[in-house]
Design a protein around this ligand. Structure first.
Ligand code: GLN
Ligand code: ZN
Length: 784
């Protein structure tokens, strides 16, 4: 059979010629930029550290782009995106394209270079960075444009055109992607000093001329398609905002003529009015819709889809790592084909693949069974094309059979199902779980036991993680040091942290979390139903990536996870030692969650596992237990109509974890943000005894909630200093902050603590800062 490859060649070209008759139409909304092994991250950081040149960085970037384009072309993708690469963020790229550089970066016009670009992204020695915020409900963060009536827009980055040409030179004709003009404005914020009444959308006539320049250049360079990402279309928009889409594309129509224009939406269903606006846009030939997160959109398509237009059907999930159920997608696509017409249906991803891991090929530690259930970006590209081929009558039977087998194995694998867990979680639905005694009576009972001063001081959990500490953990994981050596090293670290807190005279201590690399991973590794990747990185912001655990099966806790360390720590001190856990909602929101059951069911399962841990800690004599829900708010759905349901099961999950403890056990929770004005009632409904929250960067916002008369009876510790900065706050400054809080909150419920964990800080900063914090609390106690 040595001649088999020669034999294959003619067959290959034969099937290629068939595809002329049956057009396969496949599209990918966008692709991860970091590279399969985070090549871009390392190139960026080395450039920022001045260890490599701009040319070195550009070379890595160009190689990544070229590899991605060629990979998609080889897979058979027809509509391959370009300009989805970014050195930092695609919204910042749009800001550069429009020359909307805030004046503080002293940009002098001309093409924007790395200096100005990275100053906006990260700040420089004299100027802070632009604000960063979450991209819809993903964990990706974009740089928020700052706009006002005086911005002088100019065409200042030719990146979109350059990348189109670069791909073309490599033999790949791409679809250039731009952040759409209306979404760009809707995602921006008024610059400092600009009046509140200023309408960002009023800038539309000023930015459209720049878009026209870009479009004309793309046309001249040979582009036949263009993609505008307008994801804001899935938000709850008012008629004025919807009208802006109509106006913008009507204005662009003549410039766009001769091009096929795709408006891409993603992350949720379109409302009926948004759908109507979208399909009514002038000059537009194609609409991209997320049919994974959007479950109702398909009905809108079926009831009314404009004749002669293309539907880019997002059936392959860009937000997850699960292999597609190809048979089910194919049947959806066939239904859609009957509505929009055979040559007008394009198979696509639900959103950019930016939000999933890059390539399963690099997963050396996952077993074959789990791997067969997964598809990362590279595999999703293949799935998209397989579906397109099947629609065109060239179904790759072997591929579909293998996929069906994997789907079946996932459904029936004993590793996925644990009946006892299923039963226990199902029993929670519909019923309520809360502590019997109300919070003020509980606080009294706890105070009798804990005997804390007013304005008690505490910290959020982690203490600085030194290089030495990280080395110990790494070597233990790699079996380079024994368990005994590891335990000894961690115990010593805990002792150091306990002694330091006693010396500082902090009231409620923590063990410092030296055994934890990450607050979710630490628990995931000890729970059943979780798997971990080695290279499953997803961009969070700039060069930063996260590696979410994969929840593939029913979750249970084989044995206690933190009791040994917490009781060891408690044995070192007479003061109360906080047990430290991550809450179910945060574990859920920071993982890739299984898609074969509703999210709340998985959350309930995690809650039951954490409940076991809470109760074991209590039995071991731990009287204060903190259950972090750092990510509760970020799981809030995009659409307001879905908020209530999410908050109900999320808050319920939290309560499940601690509904079984005695009144004298004090339950703390911690949250990493303070703009919870809109969900304050849900937070109260969590019924924790004490909540510590990030606050120091936005005192006013938080306090206004209470000033407006929200009744808060539980303990509350709004952070008194920012742990994100190396700055050491003075005693007076902290006292001043506490005084402001005392003006709004009852003295006996106020706690004194930093904003968040101290993991990323140095001891040289932490010691004086905590010292001043305790001094401030003591000072105020004398004045009460
Ligand atoms: N207990 C965790 C810590 O102190 C909380 C971290 C967080 O809220 N992100 O590190
Ligand atoms: Zn925090």
């Amino acid at each position: 059979f040595s001649s088999s490859t020669e034999f294959l060649l003619p067959i290959f070209s034969f099937s290629a010629s068939i595809s002329v008759c049956y057009e396969m139409a496949s599209h990918v909304v966008g692709y991860p930029r970091m590279g399969p092994k985070r090549e871009l991250k390392f190139a960026l950081e080395s450039f920022w550290d001045k260890k490599s040149s701009a040319e070195d960085l550009q070379k890595v970037a160009a190689d990544l782009r070229s590899a991605i384009w060629k990979q998609m072309a080889a897979a058979g993708i027809k509509y391959i995106p370009s300009n989805t690469f970014s050195y930092y963020d695609q919204v910042l790229d749009a800001t550069s394209m429009l020359g909307a550089v805030p004046p503080r970066y002293s940009w002098n016009g001309g093409e924007i270079g790395f200096d100005t670009y990275f100053s906006m992204a990260r700040g420089n020695a004299s100027v802070p960075a632009m604000e960063m915020t979450k991209w819809f409900d993903t964990n990706y963060h974009f740089i928020v444009p700052e706009l006002g009536p005086d911005v002088n827009f100019s065409y200042a980055s030719h990146k979109a055109v350059d990348e189109y040409k670069e791909a073309k030179a490599l033999g790949v004709d791409t679809v250039p992607v731009l952040v759409g003009p209306v979404s760009y404005l809707l995602l921006s914020k008024p610059a400092k000093g600009v009046e509140k009444s200023f309408s960002l959308l009023s800038l539309l006539p000023k930015i459209l001329p720049i878009y026209k320049e870009v479009i004309s250049e793309l046309k001249a360079a040979g582009a036949s398609w263009i993609q505008f990402d307008e994801p804001t279309l899935i938000l709850d928009l008012d008629s004025h905002q919807l009208q802006a889409f109509t106006a913008a594309y009507a204005d662009l129509e003549s410039t766009l003529s001769g091009l096929n224009v795709l408006i891409e939406t993603y992350f949720a269903d379109l409302t009926a009015v948004a759908y109507k606006t979208l399909v009514g846009l002038k000059g537009v030939t194609a609409y991209g819709m997320d049919l994974v997160r959007g479950t109702q959109t398909i009905d809108l398509v079926k009831s009314n889809f404009p004749k002669g237009k293309y539907l880019f059907a997002g059936v392959v999930d860009g937000r997850n790592i699960w292999a597609n159920d190809l048979a089910s997608s194919l049947s959806t696509l066939q239904q859609l084909e009957a509505v929009v017409g055979k040559d007008k249906l394009v198979v696509s991803t639900s959103c950019s693949l930016l939000h999933t891991a890059v390539d399963l090929v690099n997963e050396t530690k996952l077993d074959d069974e789990i791997k067969s259930w997964l598809a990362f970006a590279a595999q999703k590209v293949i799935e998209v094309n397989a579906l397109a081929k099947a629609l065109a009558g060239q179904k790759d039977e072997a591929f579909f059979v293998a996929n069906a087998a994997a789907q079946a194995s996932r459904k029936s694998s004993p590793r996925v199902t644990n009946e006892a867990v299923q039963k226990a979680a199902a029993a929670l639905k519909g019923s309520d779980h809360r502590r019997v005694t109300n919070v003020s009576a509980r606080l009294d009972a706890q105070q009798k036991k804990l005997n804390l001063p007013v304005l008690p001081t505490t910290t959020i959990g982690s203490f600085p993680q030194t290089l030495e500490l990280r080395r110990v953990r790494r070597e233990f994981k790699a079996n380079k040091i024994s368990e005994d050596e590891y335990v000894k090293a961690i115990k010593e670290e805990i002792k150091k942290v306990v002694d330091l807190q006693e010396e500082l005279d902090i009231d409620v201590l923590v063990h410092g979390e030296p055994e934890r690399n990450d607050m979710v991973e630490y628990f995931g590794e000890q729970l059943s139903g979780f798997a971990f990747t080695v290279n499953g990185w997803v961009q969070s912001y700039g060069s930063r990536c996260v590696k979410p655990p994969i929840i593939y099966g029913d979750v249970s806790r084989p044995k206690p996870m933190t009791v040994f360390w917490s009781s060891t720590a408690q044995s070192m001190t007479q003061r109360p030692m906080k047990g430290m856990l991550t809450g179910p909602v945060t574990i859920l929101n920071w993982s890739f969650v299984r898609n074969d059951q509703p999210r709340f069911e998985t959350c309930y399962q995690i809650a039951l596992a954490i409940k076991d841990e809470v109760e074991d800690l209590e039995k071991a004599g731990i009287n204060v237990i903190q259950i972090d829900e750092a990510a509760l708010r970020e799981g809030l759905p995009l659409r307001k109509s879905e908020h209530a349901f999410y908050l109900k099961w999320a808050v319920h999950s939290f309560r499940i974890t601690n509904c079984g403890v005695q009144d004298t056990t004090q339950i703390h929770t911690h949250m990493c943000y303070s703009n919870f004005n809109d969900i304050i009632h849900s937070i109260i409904d969590m019924d924790a005894d004490v909540i510590t929250i990030e606050n120091s960067r936005s005192d006013e916002k938080l306090l206004s909630v209470f000033r407006e008369g929200v009744k808060y009876g539980a303990g509350i510790g709004p952070g008194v200093y920012d742990i994100h900065s190396p700055r050491i706050p003075s005693t007076e400054e902290i006292a001043d902050r506490i005084n402001k809080m005392l003006a709004v909150l009852e003295t006996n419920i106020l706690w004194v603590n930093p904003d968040c964990g101290l993991k990323t800080r140095k001891y040289a900063e932490v010691k004086p800062a905590l010292n001043n914090m305790v001094a401030a609390a003591k000072l105020l106690r004398t004045q009460l």
